[in-house]
Design a protein around this ligand. Sequence first.
Ligand SMILES: [Zn+2]
Length: 391
Amino acid sequence: MKEKAVKAYSIPIESPKDLIDAYFEVKKKTLKEVFSHIVYSQRGKAHLKFKKEDRRELRDRLLKDWTYSKHYIDSAINSVIGLVKGWIKLRNRGKAKSKPEITKKTVYIKNTLFSYKNGILKISIEPRRRYLEVNLTKYEYLPKDFNSIGGLLLTENKLIITFKKNVKNIEPKGWASFDINLTNITALINGKIVRYDLKPLYHIHRVYEIKRKRIQKLSKHKSATGRRLMQKYSRRERNRVRDFMHKLTTKIAKELSELKIGVILENLRNIKSRVLRKSRDLNRKLSKWNARMFQFMLEYKLKWLDLPVKYVNPRNSSKTCPLCSGRMATYGGRLMKCKKCGLVLDRDVVAALNLQMWGSGVTLKAPLELLSSMMEKRLIDRSSQYSMKAY
Ligand SMILES: [Zn+2]
């Protein structure tokens, strides 16, 4: 198996402004050219008629006053073709809002344009004359245990580097399962229930939700400014959420790697579109957003550490009794009670237990009995604040 783990990092950099601007112009010209090659069928469907000769002709024309490495022209053409094809797909499904535009000043640098040796990344700007050298050893947070470097992305002030590592899946000593909700993640790690608080995330979402609503009200007249503000806030929200999740998943991945245990997650692929399309419930959307981001980040971080990640079908995972497989019904608040054996447990704990049993094929009788006996004790005094941090 030649599975690869991938990680992307960004470092601050002073980019060659002339290249960034020239590449930006080339992409804009290319977009105009490629866009003029879209033909429409009688039924109104668009498709791209951009032949090899067209491409060669465009390439030659763009190269005429191009002093930088030729590969940049190829990568600009490729990225624009990709953009237009993506737009056509959306348009034909009636989903494209406006024509595609080149808005970002980013340069894609494919691996034929750089070399890496002794910690130094050497990027060709002009053939055999001008290079951009970046000393990666200066950045301590970059991974050292990689096998190769994939494509680079250069923006005006940063360089995004993709590191690749060959994965050798090790046999885990055990499993950890994660059930992700709107305000918390419930995990079963090494037979222990651990809760991670997601309320700060929820708070971030609420704050930006309010900001967006306010702009919507104001921007009926000045829609361009309003749109820009909306984009700005959405970007900030995304960044803050991402930042939070990065910290959390890095911490979890580190703990799991010390324990040498793999991860079992819910397969959300089937549920997401079905549930989301019907539900206009914002909380539900947010909770799926959290789940997908958490899973994505945890998976690549774990793979990098050679630990396996499994997905199981989460259907009925919070309604099936982990002790006797009977049906569980709600029992006040977040609690569930088994109709058959009477087990009472928090529904997130039920889900985490089931995911782990279904994913690992091992029953969890001992930790379960411990859990249920603790639950019973708590139930005697249900007026006391119910909480489960770590048993
Ligand atoms: Zn039961």
